[in-house]
Design a protein around this ligand. Structure first.
Ligand code: PBG
Length: 325
Protein backbone atom coordinates (compact mmCIF):
# COMPACT_ATOMS: atom_id res chain seq x y z
CA UNK A 1 0.00 0.00 0.00
CA UNK A 2 1.32 3.43 -0.90
CA UNK A 3 -1.62 5.77 -0.60
CA UNK A 4 -0.89 9.48 -0.56
CA UNK A 5 2.80 9.05 0.10
CA UNK A 6 3.30 8.34 -3.61
CA UNK A 7 2.35 11.96 -4.31
CA UNK A 8 5.24 13.19 -2.20
CA UNK A 9 7.89 11.16 -3.95
CA UNK A 10 9.47 13.84 -6.14
CA UNK A 11 9.70 17.61 -6.34
CA UNK A 12 7.93 17.64 -9.71
CA UNK A 13 5.07 15.64 -8.32
CA UNK A 14 4.85 17.76 -5.18
CA UNK A 15 4.59 20.79 -7.46
CA UNK A 16 1.88 19.13 -9.49
CA UNK A 17 -0.35 18.37 -6.54
CA UNK A 18 0.32 21.46 -4.43
CA UNK A 19 -3.00 22.67 -3.02
CA UNK A 20 -2.32 26.30 -2.28
CA UNK A 21 -0.29 28.46 -4.63
CA UNK A 22 0.83 31.92 -3.74
CA UNK A 23 2.01 34.78 -5.84
CA UNK A 24 3.73 38.11 -5.35
CA UNK A 25 0.58 39.73 -6.69
CA UNK A 26 -1.12 38.95 -3.39
CA UNK A 27 1.40 40.72 -1.16
CA UNK A 28 1.01 44.18 0.36
CA UNK A 29 3.90 45.93 2.07
CA UNK A 30 3.24 48.47 4.89
CA UNK A 31 5.22 51.72 4.85
CA UNK A 32 5.56 54.44 7.49
CA UNK A 33 6.05 58.10 6.62
CA UNK A 34 6.90 60.99 8.89
CA UNK A 35 7.64 64.69 8.62
CA UNK A 36 11.15 65.97 8.20
CA UNK A 37 13.90 65.63 5.64
CA UNK A 38 16.31 62.92 4.69
CA UNK A 39 14.97 60.52 7.30
CA UNK A 40 15.18 56.75 7.02
CA UNK A 41 15.06 55.70 10.62
CA UNK A 42 14.91 52.09 11.68
CA UNK A 43 12.00 51.27 14.00
CA UNK A 44 13.66 49.80 17.05
CA UNK A 45 10.92 47.29 17.81
CA UNK A 46 10.63 46.24 14.14
CA UNK A 47 14.11 45.57 12.90
CA UNK A 48 14.41 46.00 9.14
CA UNK A 49 11.41 48.39 8.97
CA UNK A 50 11.84 52.14 8.71
CA UNK A 51 10.11 55.46 9.02
CA UNK A 52 10.76 57.53 5.90
CA UNK A 53 10.48 61.21 5.19
CA UNK A 54 8.71 62.02 1.93
CA UNK A 55 11.96 62.95 0.15
CA UNK A 56 13.18 59.37 0.71
CA UNK A 57 10.28 57.60 -1.04
CA UNK A 58 12.65 55.88 -3.45
CA UNK A 59 14.40 54.15 -0.54
CA UNK A 60 11.02 52.78 0.48
CA UNK A 61 9.61 51.89 -2.94
CA UNK A 62 12.52 50.86 -5.18
CA UNK A 63 13.72 47.80 -3.22
CA UNK A 64 10.15 46.46 -3.19
CA UNK A 65 9.57 47.06 -6.90
CA UNK A 66 12.89 45.37 -7.63
CA UNK A 67 11.63 42.09 -6.15
CA UNK A 68 8.16 42.42 -7.66
CA UNK A 69 6.15 43.88 -4.78
CA UNK A 70 4.18 46.90 -5.99
CA UNK A 71 1.31 47.23 -3.54
CA UNK A 72 1.74 49.28 -0.42
CA UNK A 73 -0.33 50.32 2.57
CA UNK A 74 0.68 53.72 3.90
CA UNK A 75 0.75 54.95 7.48
CA UNK A 76 1.63 58.44 8.65
CA UNK A 77 3.20 59.82 11.78
CA UNK A 78 2.25 63.50 11.91
CA UNK A 79 4.38 66.18 13.52
CA UNK A 80 1.39 67.51 15.39
CA UNK A 81 -1.59 65.84 17.00
CA UNK A 82 -4.84 67.30 18.31
CA UNK A 83 -8.12 66.07 19.77
CA UNK A 84 -9.80 65.87 16.33
CA UNK A 85 -6.83 64.31 14.56
CA UNK A 86 -6.96 67.11 11.99
CA UNK A 87 -3.65 66.13 10.38
CA UNK A 88 -5.35 62.94 9.23
CA UNK A 89 -7.38 64.88 6.66
CA UNK A 90 -5.15 67.92 6.10
CA UNK A 91 -4.27 68.54 2.47
CA UNK A 92 -0.64 68.87 3.51
CA UNK A 93 -0.86 65.92 5.91
CA UNK A 94 1.95 63.41 5.91
CA UNK A 95 0.07 60.61 4.13
CA UNK A 96 -1.36 63.04 1.58
CA UNK A 97 2.12 64.34 0.76
CA UNK A 98 3.57 60.84 0.55
CA UNK A 99 0.75 59.77 -1.77
CA UNK A 100 1.28 62.70 -4.13
CA UNK A 101 5.04 62.21 -4.22
CA UNK A 102 4.83 58.47 -4.85
CA UNK A 103 2.16 58.79 -7.53
CA UNK A 104 4.14 61.55 -9.22
CA UNK A 105 7.28 59.43 -9.33
CA UNK A 106 5.79 55.99 -10.02
CA UNK A 107 2.27 56.46 -11.43
CA UNK A 108 0.51 53.17 -12.03
CA UNK A 109 3.65 51.14 -11.38
CA UNK A 110 2.49 51.16 -7.78
CA UNK A 111 -0.84 50.48 -6.10
CA UNK A 112 -1.38 52.57 -2.99
CA UNK A 113 -3.70 51.71 -0.16
CA UNK A 114 -4.19 53.95 2.85
CA UNK A 115 -5.06 53.08 6.40
CA UNK A 116 -7.95 55.29 7.45
CA UNK A 117 -7.90 55.79 11.19
CA UNK A 118 -7.41 58.55 13.69
CA UNK A 119 -5.22 56.99 16.38
CA UNK A 120 -1.91 58.15 14.90
CA UNK A 121 -3.31 61.69 14.66
CA UNK A 122 -5.22 62.26 17.88
CA UNK A 123 -3.51 63.66 20.96
CA UNK A 124 -5.29 61.02 23.08
CA UNK A 125 -4.31 58.18 20.75
CA UNK A 126 -7.83 56.79 20.32
CA UNK A 127 -9.31 55.89 16.95
CA UNK A 128 -12.09 58.46 17.00
CA UNK A 129 -13.60 61.58 18.52
CA UNK A 130 -13.96 61.38 22.29
CA UNK A 131 -17.01 62.18 24.34
CA UNK A 132 -15.78 62.06 27.90
CA UNK A 133 -13.59 59.00 28.05
CA UNK A 134 -15.40 57.07 25.33
CA UNK A 135 -15.05 57.22 21.59
CA UNK A 136 -18.23 58.66 20.08
CA UNK A 137 -18.97 56.29 17.22
CA UNK A 138 -21.36 58.45 15.22
CA UNK A 139 -19.45 61.69 15.71
CA UNK A 140 -16.38 59.92 14.28
CA UNK A 141 -17.98 58.80 11.02
CA UNK A 142 -17.86 62.14 9.15
CA UNK A 143 -14.19 62.47 10.07
CA UNK A 144 -13.40 59.06 8.64
CA UNK A 145 -15.23 59.95 5.43
CA UNK A 146 -13.28 63.18 5.22
CA UNK A 147 -9.95 61.37 5.74
CA UNK A 148 -10.84 58.84 3.04
CA UNK A 149 -11.69 61.57 0.53
CA UNK A 150 -8.51 63.47 1.25
CA UNK A 151 -6.51 60.28 0.63
CA UNK A 152 -8.22 59.61 -2.68
CA UNK A 153 -7.75 63.22 -3.76
CA UNK A 154 -4.03 62.82 -3.04
CA UNK A 155 -3.79 59.64 -5.12
CA UNK A 156 -4.84 56.62 -3.05
CA UNK A 157 -6.02 53.67 -5.14
CA UNK A 158 -7.81 51.92 -2.28
CA UNK A 159 -9.07 52.87 1.17
CA UNK A 160 -8.64 50.65 4.22
CA UNK A 161 -10.58 51.84 7.28
CA UNK A 162 -9.10 50.39 10.47
CA UNK A 163 -10.96 52.31 13.13
CA UNK A 164 -13.71 49.73 13.83
CA UNK A 165 -16.53 52.26 14.20
CA UNK A 166 -19.97 50.87 13.39
CA UNK A 167 -21.36 52.09 10.08
CA UNK A 168 -18.08 53.43 8.77
CA UNK A 169 -18.09 51.51 5.51
CA UNK A 170 -21.50 52.93 4.71
CA UNK A 171 -20.39 56.45 5.60
CA UNK A 172 -17.15 56.22 3.61
CA UNK A 173 -18.75 54.54 0.60
CA UNK A 174 -21.46 57.16 0.42
CA UNK A 175 -18.98 60.02 0.73
CA UNK A 176 -16.71 58.56 -1.96
CA UNK A 177 -19.59 57.92 -4.33
CA UNK A 178 -20.94 61.41 -3.85
CA UNK A 179 -17.57 62.80 -4.91
CA UNK A 180 -17.57 60.57 -7.97
CA UNK A 181 -14.99 58.10 -6.62
CA UNK A 182 -17.23 55.14 -7.30
CA UNK A 183 -14.36 53.03 -8.61
CA UNK A 184 -12.24 53.27 -5.45
CA UNK A 185 -12.50 50.01 -3.52
CA UNK A 186 -12.75 49.70 0.25
CA UNK A 187 -10.78 47.05 2.10
CA UNK A 188 -12.37 46.92 5.51
CA UNK A 189 -10.52 45.91 8.64
CA UNK A 190 -13.68 43.99 9.51
CA UNK A 191 -12.43 41.59 12.15
CA UNK A 192 -9.93 43.63 14.04
CA UNK A 193 -9.20 42.30 17.48
CA UNK A 194 -7.99 44.26 20.50
CA UNK A 195 -4.60 42.63 20.38
CA UNK A 196 -1.23 42.85 22.08
CA UNK A 197 0.27 41.92 18.72
CA UNK A 198 0.04 45.61 17.72
CA UNK A 199 2.59 46.64 20.36
CA UNK A 200 5.57 47.27 18.04
CA UNK A 201 3.37 49.19 15.55
CA UNK A 202 2.26 51.54 18.28
CA UNK A 203 5.92 52.29 18.96
CA UNK A 204 6.48 52.79 15.25
CA UNK A 205 3.46 55.04 14.76
CA UNK A 206 3.52 56.60 18.20
CA UNK A 207 -0.16 55.72 18.52
CA UNK A 208 -0.59 54.02 21.88
CA UNK A 209 -3.71 55.35 23.62
CA UNK A 210 -2.81 57.85 26.34
CA UNK A 211 -5.40 56.28 28.65
CA UNK A 212 -7.48 53.12 28.61
CA UNK A 213 -7.41 50.66 25.73
CA UNK A 214 -9.23 49.97 22.47
CA UNK A 215 -11.50 47.26 23.83
CA UNK A 216 -14.69 49.30 23.45
CA UNK A 217 -14.29 49.34 19.66
CA UNK A 218 -11.86 46.54 18.78
CA UNK A 219 -12.98 42.95 19.18
CA UNK A 220 -12.66 40.61 22.14
CA UNK A 221 -10.41 37.70 21.21
CA UNK A 222 -12.78 35.25 22.88
CA UNK A 223 -15.23 35.82 20.04
CA UNK A 224 -15.45 34.19 16.64
CA UNK A 225 -19.09 34.58 15.58
CA UNK A 226 -18.82 38.29 16.19
CA UNK A 227 -16.10 38.44 13.52
CA UNK A 228 -18.37 36.73 11.02
CA UNK A 229 -21.10 39.21 11.90
CA UNK A 230 -18.79 42.21 11.53
CA UNK A 231 -17.68 40.93 8.14
CA UNK A 232 -21.24 40.50 6.94
CA UNK A 233 -22.23 44.01 8.09
CA UNK A 234 -19.26 45.42 6.21
CA UNK A 235 -20.18 43.42 3.14
CA UNK A 236 -23.73 44.76 3.27
CA UNK A 237 -22.40 48.30 3.66
CA UNK A 238 -20.32 47.94 0.51
CA UNK A 239 -16.87 46.63 1.49
CA UNK A 240 -15.00 45.13 -1.46
CA UNK A 241 -12.42 43.19 0.55
CA UNK A 242 -12.71 41.88 4.10
CA UNK A 243 -9.68 41.96 6.37
CA UNK A 244 -8.82 39.87 9.39
CA UNK A 245 -6.23 41.21 11.80
CA UNK A 246 -3.98 39.96 13.34
CA UNK A 247 -3.39 36.85 11.26
CA UNK A 248 -1.32 34.26 13.06
CA UNK A 249 -3.44 33.68 16.17
CA UNK A 250 -6.65 34.17 14.19
CA UNK A 251 -6.47 31.54 11.47
CA UNK A 252 -9.76 30.06 12.66
CA UNK A 253 -11.38 33.45 12.11
CA UNK A 254 -9.97 33.64 8.60
CA UNK A 255 -11.28 30.18 7.86
CA UNK A 256 -14.71 30.92 9.23
CA UNK A 257 -15.05 34.14 7.24
CA UNK A 258 -13.73 32.36 4.16
CA UNK A 259 -16.77 30.12 4.16
CA UNK A 260 -19.23 32.87 5.03
CA UNK A 261 -18.39 35.37 2.28
CA UNK A 262 -17.57 35.30 -1.39
CA UNK A 263 -15.53 38.50 -1.12
CA UNK A 264 -11.73 38.43 -1.28
CA UNK A 265 -10.15 38.20 2.16
CA UNK A 266 -7.00 39.94 3.31
CA UNK A 267 -5.01 38.98 6.39
CA UNK A 268 -2.77 41.46 8.17
CA UNK A 269 0.21 39.74 9.69
CA UNK A 270 0.87 42.50 12.18
CA UNK A 271 3.92 44.02 13.79
CA UNK A 272 4.02 41.64 16.76
CA UNK A 273 4.02 38.62 14.48
CA UNK A 274 6.96 40.05 12.56
CA UNK A 275 8.88 41.14 15.64
CA UNK A 276 8.45 37.79 17.40
CA UNK A 277 10.08 36.01 14.49
CA UNK A 278 12.82 38.64 14.27
CA UNK A 279 13.56 38.52 17.98
CA UNK A 280 13.54 34.75 18.31
CA UNK A 281 15.80 34.35 15.30
CA UNK A 282 18.18 36.93 16.67
CA UNK A 283 18.52 34.77 19.75
CA UNK A 284 19.18 31.78 17.52
CA UNK A 285 16.06 29.96 18.71
CA UNK A 286 14.43 29.63 15.32
CA UNK A 287 15.28 29.90 11.64
CA UNK A 288 13.84 33.23 10.49
CA UNK A 289 13.55 32.36 6.81
CA UNK A 290 11.82 29.03 7.37
CA UNK A 291 9.51 30.52 9.99
CA UNK A 292 8.59 33.40 7.71
CA UNK A 293 7.72 31.03 4.86
CA UNK A 294 5.75 28.62 7.00
CA UNK A 295 3.70 31.25 8.80
CA UNK A 296 2.90 33.11 5.57
CA UNK A 297 1.70 29.96 3.86
CA UNK A 298 -0.38 28.98 6.87
CA UNK A 299 -2.27 32.25 6.48
CA UNK A 300 -2.96 31.62 2.80
CA UNK A 301 -3.88 28.02 3.54
CA UNK A 302 -6.44 29.18 6.12
CA UNK A 303 -8.18 31.14 3.38
CA UNK A 304 -6.52 34.49 2.82
CA UNK A 305 -6.33 35.76 -0.75
CA UNK A 306 -4.17 38.71 0.20
CA UNK A 307 -1.41 39.04 2.79
CA UNK A 308 -0.29 42.32 4.30
CA UNK A 309 3.13 41.68 5.76
CA UNK A 310 6.36 43.38 6.80
CA UNK A 311 8.08 40.39 5.19
CA UNK A 312 6.62 41.14 1.72
CA UNK A 313 10.01 41.65 0.05
CA UNK A 314 11.59 38.60 1.64
CA UNK A 315 8.57 36.47 0.73
CA UNK A 316 8.85 37.67 -2.86
CA UNK A 317 12.45 36.48 -2.80
CA UNK A 318 11.37 33.14 -1.38
CA UNK A 319 8.89 32.82 -4.25
CA UNK A 320 11.68 33.59 -6.74
CA UNK A 321 13.84 30.94 -5.13
CA UNK A 322 11.04 28.42 -5.43
CA UNK A 323 10.90 27.75 -1.68
CA UNK A 324 7.26 28.77 -1.60
CA UNK A 325 4.83 29.59 -4.34
C1 PBG B 1 -4.51 51.85 13.21
C2 PBG B 1 -3.78 50.57 12.95
C3 PBG B 1 -3.05 49.77 13.84
C4 PBG B 1 -2.47 48.76 13.06
C5 PBG B 1 -2.88 48.97 11.75
N1 PBG B 1 -3.70 50.09 11.72
C6 PBG B 1 -2.81 49.91 15.28
C7 PBG B 1 -3.88 49.68 16.26
O1 PBG B 1 -5.03 49.39 15.94
O2 PBG B 1 -3.56 49.83 17.43
C8 PBG B 1 -1.55 47.68 13.56
C9 PBG B 1 -0.62 47.14 12.55
C10 PBG B 1 0.49 46.33 13.11
O3 PBG B 1 0.56 46.04 14.32
O4 PBG B 1 1.35 45.95 12.31
N2 PBG B 1 -5.63 51.74 13.97
Amino acid sequence: MNRGRRLRSSANLRGLVRERRVSKDSLIYPLFFQDGENIMEEISSMQGQYRYSVDRISDAIDPALKVGVNKFILFGIPAEKDAAGSQAYAEEGIVQRALRAIKKAYGDQVYLITDVCMCEYTSHGHCGILKGNMVDNDATLPYLARIAISHVEAGADMIAPSDMMDGRIDAIREALDKKGYTNIPIMSYSAKYASSFYGPFRDAADSAPSFGDRKSYQMDYHNLREAVREASYDEEEGADIIMVKPAMSYLDVLREIRVSTELPIAAYSVSGEYSMIKAASKLGYIDEYQMMCETAISIFRAGADILITYYAKELANAIDRGDIG
